[in-house]
Design a protein around this ligand. Sequence first.
Ligand code: FAD
Ligand code: SF4
Ligand code: SF4
Length: 478
Amino acid sequence: MAERMLQFTHLPQKTPEKRQIGERKADFDEIYKRFDLLAAKQQASRCSQCGIPFCSVHCPVSNNIPDWLKLTAEGRLEEAYEVSSATNTFPEICGRICPQDRLCEGNCVIEKGFESVTIGAVERYITDTAFEKGWVKPITAARELPYSVGIVGAGPAGLAAAEALRSRGYKVTVYDRHDRVGGLLIYGIPGFKLEKSIVIRRAKWLSDGGITFELDAEIGSDPSFAELQEKHDAVLIATGVYKARELTGPGSGLPGILPALDYLITSNRKGLGDSVPDFDSGLLNAAGKKVVVVGGGDTAMDCVRTAVRQGAKSVTCMYRRDKANMPGSLREVSNAEDEGVKFEWLAAPEAFLGDNTVTGVRAIRMHLGLPDASGRASVDPIAGSAFTVEADLVIKALGFDPEDMPTLFGQKELAVTRWGTLKTDPRTFMTTLPGVFAAGDIVRGASLVVWAIRDGRDAAAAIDQYVQVNAGMAQAAE
Ligand code: FAD
Ligand code: SF4
Ligand code: SF4
């Protein structure tokens, strides 16, 4: 039966059920169960179909949320899928891992006093159902164009651009230094937030659609960036940001203090069935260890929850600001708390203890001061407040900066901002090298999957325009 809309007055908000804590801590499967049809229809029917839908305004890909909610409430799921997939290349992924509380759902304007529509869970339900029912069509090019585009980076920005360009008829080759497609979707984000089968399903869809993947290809060394420029009519750089910020202080170089991404990549590879010597040797494995993760973003949350699942003896997250001022999603913090992670808020490491390997972190309490130049509350140490937390594994999760791209690619004309991200024209996505475009984290700095998708789609449109104009000029000159 079709549900009527505006049901928020009597239907309470219902989020998808979470698996029991004991059960979910024992594996890397997603913790949220899926809505069934009735729940999806009912929750979608809570939408009040706002004239100005602030949910859509705050969705980076400008999803037509009220439209697909209404179609879902009416049971017209195939049409809901058509509308939802028109604006988002990977709706089932965003439905799982967007920080909805800061984006669409955080801006849902259901009358005061009523909780937001569970937009992300419905979005996920629609596309998961579409895959099961066979409604997800292969990528088909309207016509074949005699032009090719090379994309460096098989993360969400590169993949979204690849799909958009292939649909327009371009020959598309995506290069990645990893052996699998997905960027941080496959090797950064753990399975308990995004199961790997979801990413692998999309990789297959892209490759079945005629996109060529050249994996294990480190652009800059083999092949060189110049070779790519020679080979393609345009190149898109979508390499993300990977230079980990370092801990400082005495003992910060001790064995047992390791970068977050090495730890997460190892764990994800293990889950994918690879043989990973650094995991088997115990180096990048938290089993039986006292783990301290330093940082307060999504990466830190993923590390603490991975350590719990690997069977750590204790897991502590140390962050210099308080809970209200942390950059990570509050939903993930709350999941980590439920899973037994201890948080040391307002605490920063001063020194790392141990002789041959780390044995503890000496930390100092902080207090929040007035906002600094960035607008965030400044943090100052409280004299005489030092304390020690025992640790045999310390994970550095302080964020990421871009690598030195002009040097890496041997292109000194490739201009960067003062943060090291690539400088692009915001309208054309073109870097300072003609015919070379950039999108995703390498332009924005560490951001979100949904922004990478948006940028990839927009960059594809800009590349299309550039190639068509250049082709037109070449023809006119003949
Ligand atoms: P990436 O996903 O980083 O992909 C870049 C690709 O380029 C990689 O595959 C890399 O191997 C490749 N590459 C780099 N250099 C070269 C080279 N020289 N040659 C060939 N290939 C190269 N966002 C969310 O929205 N929700 C989350 O829950 C979330 N959790 C996160 C958890 C972690 C641990 C991390 C690190 C990030 C998380 N993010 C999350 C952020 C999100 O993953 C990124 O914003 C997004 O993946 C950026 O996409 P991208 O395509 O720009 O880069
Ligand atoms: Fe919300 Fe992200 Fe989906 Fe947009 S893409 S509707 S922000 S979950
Ligand atoms: Fe529906 Fe909320 Fe969006 Fe309004 S803001 S259209 S109620 S989902």
